[in-house]
Each structure stands twice: as C-alpha cells, then as structure tokens.
Write a protein that binds this ligand. Structure first.
Ligand code: PGA
Length: 252
C-alpha cells in the first residue's frame, strides 16, 4: 500500500544554524509522538543536508535535496551531483519544481537526465508537476500535467517508476496563499493516478504516493489529506515553522 508522506521544501531559506534548529524541533516532536504512519522528509538546502542528518533520527525522518546536477560529474562549476547527495546520507531529491522550470529553464530533457542519475544513485525523486494559472483558467490542466508526466517519468521502466513520489503543485497555489479546493486537488490526483494506471498498470498506480503542494498549511491540511488520492503534501512556507509543519504531519 502506498505511503503517506509529508515533505518540507525549505527552498532558499534558513542559515545553517536556523536549519539545524528547525530539524531538531521537528525531530523532537516526531520522536515523542511517533508519527509512525507518515514518512516525514526535510528538503533542506545542500549546505544543510549533512547537519540535518546528524540532528534527526533518520529511521523516522528522511532528508532531501531540492535539485541535482544533470551530469554525473566533471567540470560543471557550482553543480551538485546525485552521487554527492547520496554520499551525505540523504535519501530523496526534489526534481522538476516549477521554480526550477521557470527560473532556471529546466526542461523535460534536463529532468530526464536528473531522474536517471538520481535513480542510478539510489535517491528517491519527488517529482513535481503542475499547471500555471492561465492553463487552469482555460480548463486545460489535465492535458498540461499529463503531458509533463509523459515527457518525463512515464519514460521510466515500471520498476524505476515504482521508486518515484509524485507531487502535484498547481503553480497558482504556490506561495500565494491560494490553495486548490479539496475537489480540485482530488480531481487532478485521480487523473494523475488513472494515467499512471494506463501507463504502468493498476498495482503501480495504487502504490504511488501523490502529494499535494501549494499553500498547504495547518488549517487546510486535514481537509486536503482526507481525499482518497491525496497521499500527503509537499510543504513550502509552512515547513519553515516547526509548529506549523508538525501540525501538518499530525493532520493524518
Ligand atoms: P508553498 O510551496 O507551500 O509555500 O506554497 C510549496 C512548494 O513550492 O513546494
């Protein structure tokens, strides 16, 4: 059965010390309360990964990078490879976030390279998809998102796909305070799951965790997570406040 996952995406926020404090605060509560039925992931900046791992119980909390290089290694100044990330003890990598696609020109072609390298190195990709506002307003969100999947993760083998976590993040909801309604989230998650079933079969589809992202917070997490096809969240802003993030973890 698929796992419930609550993953934080810290983006370009926190100094090292602030990040360590945040990781410790989340760790304390997760250790006290159990939260055994939810996989908790902290998506920290590269610079914080090693320290975050030192300060959490990695049996209960996984640490994620937010990107990786599209090349295995070599003369690519400033890049961080999937193998480097894996060597820190991190288990996950967020790929295809709309901010990377929009501000850093990430295409499906780049993402296919990153997906392959992440999987080769034993990292679990948290693959993001989602439509911009004008596509939603035109009612073309399903076609748009399924095309993103077809150009990338649907090229994987069923075995490889089984290692992926999908995050549906409507761009108009990211950091805007405007959340998808529970109906909008469920409808798209169901469409994504159905298309996975068409591509890889029912079993793979039923085992895939599909997270919702976009202004998820302690007030709306409960309602969003109650949808049958919403298996957790990728949390930006609210993952930077330990109390809010913990309330979201406890929304299950
Ligand atoms: P948000 O970001 O929760 O701040 O909207 C979500 C994300 O971009 O992953």
């Amino acid at each position: 059965m698929r796992k419930k996952v609550v993953a934080g995406n810290w983006k370009c926020n926190t100094t090292l010390q602030e990040g360590v404090d945040l990781a410790k605060a989340v760790n304390n509560v997760v250790n006290e309360k159990g939260a055994d039925d939810v996989v908790v992931v902290l998506g920290t900046p590269f610079t914080h990964i090693t320290k975050a791992i030192e300060n959490v119980d990695t049996k209960r909390i996984g640490v994620s990078a937010q990107n990786c290089a599209a090349e295995a290694k070599g003369a690519f100044t400033g890049e961080v490879s999937a193998a480097m990330i894996k060597s820190t003890g991190a288990e996950y990598v967020i790929l295809g976030h709309s901010e990377r696609r929009e501000y850093y020109g990430e295409t499906s072609e780049t993402l296919n390279k990153k997906l392959a390298l992440s999987l080769e190195n034993g990292l679990t990709p948290i693959y993001c998809c989602g439509e911009p506002l004008e596509i939603r307003e035109a009612g073309n969100q399903k076609e748009y998102v399924i095309k993103q999947l077809k150009e990338t993760i649907f090229n994987l083998s069923a075995d490889e796909f089984g290692k992926i976590i999908v995050a549906y993040e409507p761009i108009w909801a990211i950091g805007t305070g405007k959340t998808a309604t529970t109906e909008q989230a469920q409808e798209m998650h169901k469409d994504i799951r159905d298309s996975i079933a068409d591509q890889f079969g029912e079993e793979v589809a039923n085992n895939t965790s599909i997270l919702y992202g976009g202004s998820c917070n302690p007030k709306n997490a409960n309602e969003l997570f109650a949808n049958p096809d919403v298996d957790g969240g990728l949390i930006g802003g609210a993952s930077l406040k330990a109390d809010d993030f913990i309330q979201i973890i406890n929304a299950y």
